[in-house]
Design a protein around this ligand. Sequence first.
Ligand code: FE2
Ligand code: FE2
Length: 293
Amino acid sequence: MNTSATQNPLNDTDLLDEERKERYGHTPPSAFTDPEKPKEAFRDYDAPARDSVREFYKLNHRYQTLDFVLSKKAEYLPARRRRMGIWEAMEYLNTLVDDSDPDTDLSQIQHLLQTSEAIRADGHPDWFVLAGLVHDLGKILCLWGEPQWAVVGDTFPVGCAYSDKIVYNEYFEANPDNSDAEYQTKTGIYEAECGLDNVHISWGHDEYLYQVVKDYLPESALYMIRYHSCYPIHKEGAYSYLMNAHDKEMFHWVDAFNPYDLYSKSAAPPDVAALRPYYEELIAKYFPAKIDW
Ligand SMILES: [Fe+2]
Ligand SMILES: [Fe+2]
C-alpha cells in the first residue's frame, strides 16, 4: 500500500487518468505504442482505486456549482499570487510529488515532459510542444490548499443542465444547482451557440492555467489548455449547442492534443536535465522570464 497516498494531494490524479483510459478504451492509437515492446494493457485498477475515483466525483459533482466557479474566479483571477517563470512553476508543482516510493507513477514534471516530447517526436509546431509542456501547471492550485475535486478530474459546463455523458452523472443529484429550474434547462443561463468563452466550466487546473497563459500562446494552444479535461465535450460530443462555429473548428486541436496527454505516460521516463536547455529556449521564445500566477 502506498503510504504517500494520503499525504500527496496530487497522488490520485494518476488514478483519474487511468480511469479515463479505461473509459475510453485500453488501446492507445498505434502512434503511441512501442512496436518493440510487447503489447500490455494499461493498468487495471482494483476495487479500492475504483472507489476512490467514485468518491472523487461524488465530491466534485456535489460542490462544483455555478456560485462555486464564480467565487474561485474572483479569488484567483486575474492571477496575482506569485510571479514565476514556466520552468520554476514546473519545479514548484513537482514539490508535491513523493518520488521515494518505487510504485509511485511518474512525477508531474515527467508527465509534462513526456507529453511534450511525444508531441515533438511527431513533428508538430513548437507552440504545440509548449502546450504539452505546460498543460497541467494549473495543478499548482493544490499547493494553495484547493481540494482535488476543485483542481482535477473531468470538467463540464455549469449553469445549465448536466449532460448524461458526464462520468458518474448520478452524483449531480446532490448539487444544489440541480434543483434550480433556471439552471436545469438545456441551455440554462446561456444563449444557444453563445460560444464556450461565454460558458462557465467547472473550476480546475484547465481554466486557471488558461487565464495565466492566455496572453502568450496561440489560440490553438489555448484551446488545448483550457478544455483538455472537458471530456464530455471533446470525447463525448456533449454541449455542442453551446459551442459556436469557431469553437467547433478549434476543438480539432483539443482532439489532436488528447492522445498525447492520455497515452504518453507509458513511455520511458524522460531525462529532465538533458531536456532542460531545449525547453528553456522554447519557453523563452513565447514567455517572459516571469509571469503572474
Ligand atoms: Fe490535465
Ligand atoms: Fe496531463
